[in-house]
Design a protein around this ligand. Structure first.
Ligand SMILES: C[S@@+](CC[C@H](N)C(=O)[O-])C[C@H]1O[C@@H](n2cnc3c(N)ncnc32)[C@H](O)[C@@H]1O
Length: 454
């Protein structure tokens, strides 16, 4: 190895940032992916893994600092798996996100002649998230409640502050930790599958000031439930609803098999572009409320809806996109897997006086080949799938349906590029893509794009 300087430490010049936010450099012609470090910096790194074509490592010391580096505002920055780029100034985060969209379109999609517009920055850069899942786990000394340590599925650190979630989250998490301790509640041991408290979820609206506390536990009644509700609502009078979700499954996900409302209506409501949307414990809702308005408006501007458009809103969640679009088109049909979200979507349409919309619960791939679709024609499809992108069968059926226009909103440029290539190969033009930043300080990227049948 050519550039060894200290025992076990290698000098590396950082040239780029990878998709997962890791710093990229080269040693002896091989790529090294490092935790820590920014482009333009020279660092001393420890190699943690050697593979045939690349190394993994950790930056131990920065020898030459980048002028793009800023002081990370959070005391948890070095341990937390959340904000990878809190030490990179925001304009440069946007530059790297833009570059990653460009790279995906070019390398994964192999698409040329696509105009990738300049990324739209987030209206709020701090305290923008309306939903957080705080996890717990047992430790040798007792338990922890907070967020995942960087790079770990099981290690949870005790969170005291967070600069992307709502300002009161840190106090609420500290309070819950003290409550667990003072009341001898047990915490779920993710290895041995015993113990009670699993997740402490907070959802807080931006435009209506409502706060949902959702405690996800193993099976069983919440001990001294009235005491818990009284004490937490006294400490935080702005809580508007409390849910107790039970999940006894080994897979460690923060979704209850059953839900009981302990306080308030059991849901919160957020305003987007003048309409009110009901959000239940498990239904998807864009996590950056203010920027969701920007994302949806960007998509609608690109779609340029016509009064006689018949629209499919696939992966519709609680119906936000379809409901906001309905008065500009002839009719909308929303499709969503989560039953809870479909119920919320129906109520959202009713509460907002939207009559030309229907919702169906099920898998998109099943819905697209249903009798309903054999009997009805839709000239516009809006697709907003999860990070995995479109299921290949769903994509094939969508192509068979042959809509004139497809608005594709994506939270993963890599799977988007894969799907975009198939759409283009199947007879669609993709003139432009608009990246929109919904997730400052993290490496996540959102984009909106329009496909037109040739
Ligand atoms: C990225 S969210 C978009 C939600 C909505 N369009 C919005 O903007 O709020 C993706 C949604 O797809 C749903 N979903 C995931 N897989 C699905 C499938 N195979 N069929 C139907 N819906 C699915 C999820 O439950 C989630 O609500």
């Amino acid at each position: 190895m050519t550039n060894t300087t200290h025992t076990n430490l290698i000098e590396v010049e950082i040239t780029d940032l990878a998709f997962d936010g890791k710093a990229v450099g080269h040693i002896d012609g091989k790529v090294i992916f490092l935790k820590g470090g920014l482009p333009g910096e020279t660092v001393l790194a420890e190699i943690t893994r050697t593979k045939a074509r690349y190394f993994n490592g950790i930056t131990r010391k920065i020898i030459k600092k980048s002028d793009k580096r800023v002081d990370a505002v959070c005391s948890h920055f070095h341990e937390c798996g959340g904000c990878t780029w809190l030490d990179l100034q925001y304009e440069d985060q946007l530059t790297y996100k833009q570059k990653q969209v460009n790279d995906c379109i070019e390398r994964i999609g192999a698409l040329k002649d696509v105009n990738i517009l300049d990324i739209i920055g987030s209206k709020e850069v701090f305290h923008y998230r309306n939903k957080m899942e705080y996890s717990s786990n047992v430790t040798e000394d007792g338990f922890t409640l907070g967020l995942h340590s960087r790079g770990s599925y099981q290690d949870i650190f005790n969170l005291n502050e967070c600069h992307i979630s709502q300002k009161t989250d840190g106090e609420l998490v500290k309070w819950m930790r003290a409550y667990i301790e003072n009341n001898n509640l047990t915490v779920y041991d993710v290895q041995n599958h015993v113990g009670f408290i699993r997740f402490f979820m907070l959802r807080q609206t931006k435009q209506t000031n409502q706060l949902m506390v959702n405690v996800v536990t193993n099976y069983g009644d919440f001990p001294e439930v009235e005491k818990f509700v009284n004490e937490i609502t006294q400490a935080f009078p702005f809580i508007t609803t409390i849910i107790h979700s039970q999940n006894g499954q080994k897979s460690n996900i923060a979704i209850g098999e059953t839900e009981a409302t302990l306080y308030g209506p059991g849901y919160i409501e957020e305003k987007l572009s003048g309409k009110l949307f009901k959000i239940t414990a498990n239904s998807f809702f864009q996590t950056n409320s203010l920027q969701a308005e920007v994302l949806y408006q960007t998509g609608f501007d690109m779609l340029n809806p016509e009064p006689d458009d018949k629209v499919l809103d696939l992966y519709c969640g609680t119906g936000t996109i379809g409901i906001l679009l309905a008065d500009k088109v002839s009719e909308v049909v929303g499709v969503e897997l989560v039953a809870d979200a479909v119920e919320a979507a129906k109520l959202n349409a009713e509460n907002n006086g939207v009559k030309n919309i229907q919702f169906y619960q099920g898998f998109v791939k099943e819905f697209l080949k249903s009798d309903f679709m054999k009997e009805n024609n839709y000239n516009v499809a809006i697709i907003d799938p999860p990070r995995a992108g479109l299921n290949p069968k769903a994509l094939k059926q969508l192509i068979t349906l042959n809509p004139e226009k497809i608005l594709y909103i994506s939270c993963n440029p890599a799977t988007f590029a894969r799907d975009a290539q198939k759409l283009v190969d199947s007879g669609y033009d993709l003139p432009e893509i608009q990246p929109v930043d919904m997730f400052p300080h993290t490496m996540h990227i959102e984009l909106a794009s329009m496909f037109y049948k040739r």
